[in-house]
Design a protein around this ligand. Structure first.
Ligand code: SF4
Length: 151
């Protein structure tokens, strides 16, 4: 384990930082991610902090059907996230293209062709609880000594 990874584990072992990117959605999945922040689901009670700074992220949520305009931008975003890191595909769009996958469409799913995807949360859109579960399931990967707090 590198020194940077040791520092990361020490400082943030109880806090998962999540960035998200929309590479071409109908915004349905964005709303479900935002719902995770609402008092009803309160994602921060689990120590999960959602922001859009890839340099401080552990997990990248990818939303939407991949469009060609993201070719370099998504890779560049992924490269900025420090190791260890994972990407999670949220919704059917990054998995299959969903309703946008039709003849002559410009989309290029799955997003796993473009960056490594560690987990998928299918649904159109998936429920906030499913998104939350996927993020928590990835905690042992991004923080070796992470423990889910018992409440
Ligand atoms: S999976 Fe469904 S809800 Fe989510 S962005 Fe695609 S079309 Fe919209």
């Amino acid at each position: 384990m590198s020194l940077l990874q040791k520092v990361k584990n020490f400082v943030r072992s109880k806090s998962i930082h999540v960035a998200y990117v929309d590479v071409g959605s109908c915004n349905g999945c964005d709303i479900e991610v935002l719902a995770c922040l609402s008092p009803r689901y309160d994602i921060e009670q689990y120590g999960i902090y959602v922001h859009n700074n890839p340099r401080e992220a552990d997990i990248l949520l990818v939303i939407g059907a991949y469009t060609p305009g993201w070719e370099e931008k998504l890779r560049s975003l992924w490269d900025k996230i420090p190791d260890p890191k994972v990407a999670i595909a949220i919704g059917n769009c990054p998995i299959s293209g969903c309703v946008f996958n039709r003849p002559h469409s410009l989309i290029d799913p799955p997003v796993a062709k473009h960056i490594p995807i560690a987990a998928q949360v299918p649904g159109c859109p998936p429920r906030p609880t499913e998104i939350l579960s996927a993020v928590l399931a990835m905690a042992p990967v991004v923080f070796k000594d992470y423990e889910v707090k018992k409440r």
